[in-house]
Ligand binder design. Structure first.
Ligand SMILES: CC(=O)SCCNC(=O)CCNC(=O)[C@H](O)C(C)(C)COP(=O)(O)OP(=O)(O)OC[C@H]1O[C@@H](n2cnc3c(N)ncnc32)[C@H](O)[C@@H]1OP(=O)(O)O
Ligand SMILES: O=C([O-])CC(=O)C(=O)O
Length: 372
């Protein structure tokens, strides 16, 4: 057996200036996540991840204007949703298609210059929010809405999704969720994006590949599975039987555990507090209590703690967001990180091509088909 680590656990596969995890401390370009979650607009975080510094007021205003401007969609970008935006297609599958389709409307999609790449970055970051909102509205037979110039990124998304002006509390909470999910070092989807563009493929390919990786339930797809589990459990008195059954059957409890954090995910405490407040305000306190009991059992039995996906599920649920949009919403935020890593990869590129240890049969001879 060679030295290889299953799932590349602990392997350093890249250098980065974008984010860092040391113990249970997460930083974006040197700023602690706690500081950013309490104070920053998501647009400031986008700028930070792409430029390694916070923007001044003019730079922030400029970025906000560009993002709002590019949120508008060519109707052909969403009219095709009618062909497949039914209960049968998951919105993450729709989003994966849409991210790729975005390139068809960019005549410079193959231009790899820094200047054009920055334009693509803004275009993709802007349009992913309107694509998710449009998907939801088209499948409900509702009109697709245009963003408002005076709204922030978080406010525009909620407005385009719900069709009414969101409250300040909703906007503040959603902005915080976007900040918390923006980047996370070499998580699976970000690594996928880097591997893809290290072949010198374009940015649309990178984010499309990343979205495919985020979709899986062991990664971003876990948040939808968490709300599914809580809804299935339904009441506090049913938690123990449900969870112990799953553990006895060696099934995983979604939203619990993490490859890197072993003493807790620093983002979870913010989402837990938001979940506590929102569930109380929205008459869904039992969902929070169910979450707490799940976490208590899994910590006691397996020593595992909630990750970022665990409490975000009840946060989004109490905001009235459809459950199958939870992972697309994660993608909206994480696009900022994917793009930062794509730009960083381009800036000092080398093809990513590891080796595999062959463990199959050897020395076999071809036999004609009629002899098999
Ligand atoms: C944004 C994000 O991507 S955060 C992660 C989102 N994913 C989830 O919430 C899915 C649930 N959690 C998991 O599957 C895992 O904890 C992961 C994939 C996140 C990380 O896990 P890894 O470090 O790769 O651990 P791995 O999957 O190898 O599990 C190690 C052991 O812990 C157990 N384990 C890990 N997570 C869980 C869990 N959530 N519930 C029950 N058991 C678990 C495994 O069954 C395994 O047990 P075994 O050694 O007896 O076979
Ligand atoms: O880092 C990881 O493996 C998963 C994660 O928490 C994230 O992507 O936010």
């Amino acid at each position: 057996m060679s030295e290889q680590k299953k799932g590349l656990e602990g392997v350093i596969a890249s250098e980065t200036r974008i984010s860092s995890i040391v113990g249970d401390q997460l930083t974006y370009a040197g700023y602690k996540i706690d500081d950013l979650a309490e104070n920053a607009l998501f647009e400031e975080v986008i700028f930070l991840l792409w430029n390694f510094r916070l923007p001044n007021q003019d730079e922030l205003t400029d970025l906000q204007q560009q993002l709002t401007e590019h949120m508008s969609l060519n109707p052909r970008m969403y009219s095709h949703f009618e062909d497949y935006a039914t209960d049968k297609i998951h919105p993450m599958a729709g989003l994966r298609t849409s991210l790729s389709y975005l390139a068809h409307f960019d005549e410079k999609s193959e231009d790899m210059s820094d200047e054009v790449n920055m334009k693509k970055a803004i275009r993709i970051q802007a349009k992913i929010a309107s694509l998710v909102a449009a998907f939801s509205r088209v499948r409900q037979g509702k009109e697709v809405l245009k963003p408002k110039a005076e709204y922030s990124y978080a406010k525009n998304f909620l407005y385009m999704l719900f069709g009414e002006e969101p409250t300040d509390v909703q906007v503040e909470g959603f902005n915080k969720a976007l900040v918390l999910h923006a980047d996370h070092e070499l998580n699976a989807s970000t690594f996928t994006a880097r591997v893809c563009v290290a072949t010198l493929s374009d940015m649309y390919s990178g984010v499309t590949a990343a979205a495919g990786a985020l979709k899986g339930p062991l990664h971003g797809g876990a948040n939808e599975q968490v709300i599914k589990m809580i809804t299935e459990i339904g009441s506090l008195d049913k938690v123990d039987e449900y969870i112990y059954n799953k553990l006895e059957n060696k099934e995983k409890i979604m939203g619990m555990g993490h490859r890197v954090y072993k003493s807790g995910d620093p983002r979870a405490k913010f989402l837990k507090e938001m979940s506590r407040k929102l569930t109380e305000e929205n008459g869904k306190k039992e969902f929070f209590e169910i979450s707490l009991r799940i976490a208590e059992i899994v910590e006691k039995e397996k020593g595992l703690l909630p990750n970022v996906d665990f409490f975000s599920a009840t946060v989004y649920d109490t905001m009235g967001i459809e459950h199958d949009l939870f992972t697309p919403i994660f993608a909206i935020s994480r696009t900022s990180g994917w793009i930062a890593h794509i730009l960083e990869q381009y800036s000092d590129n080398r093809l990513i091509r590891p080796r595999a240890e062959y463990i199959g049969e050897t020395d076999r001879k071809y036999t004609p088909i009629e002899e098999r």
